[in-house]
Write a protein that binds this ligand. Sequence first.
Ligand code: MG
Length: 202
Amino acid sequence: MPNLFIDLDGTIIDARKRVYEVFRFLVPKSNLSFDAYWEIKRAGISNESILINHFNFSDLQIANFISQWMKEIEKENWLELDKPFDNIKSKLQNLKKNYKLILVTARQSTTNTLKQLKQLQLDTYFDDILITNQTLTKQVIIKQKFDVTSEDLIVGDTGKDIETGKALGIKTVAVLCGFLSASTLEKYNPDYIIQSLTDFNA
Ligand SMILES: [Mg+2]
């Protein structure tokens, strides 16, 4: 069976509320609404650029923000804001018939990721779970463990996921339910663009 490498945040789980609330926590003076924040982010604009353009952050403040962000973003109280996308479990169950399902995430914490997957009852669907811990790239951890072929696919919500698939020589699927808009993702030239993984026809 071909491998289907699946991203976590923005692909299996809706993490937009967590990302927005951590931003608000770290930038209390921000008055950006959830929708306003995500309209900017989905255009491919980073938190750092938002802080420079909207809040006049200095280099030092940016550096401080980034280090605080990495400390906060995977804390359990924030992770509790995450929700699996609608109908994702039945879709995974279906995809299992035709693919080896491998979760690939750039999360920092293996412990908190596995704990969350269990809490959300998402842990049983995957043949393997690869976590970069922000020390290796997705490309490297996939290559270390799998002999990929052109039959394999990767699905994710960011340009990085598409670049990873292209570097591995596998097919690439972008989903629009996550962190980036269609016009942003089109720039990475994925093989397929779909609204969410539940629209993936295998
Ligand atoms: Mg993602």
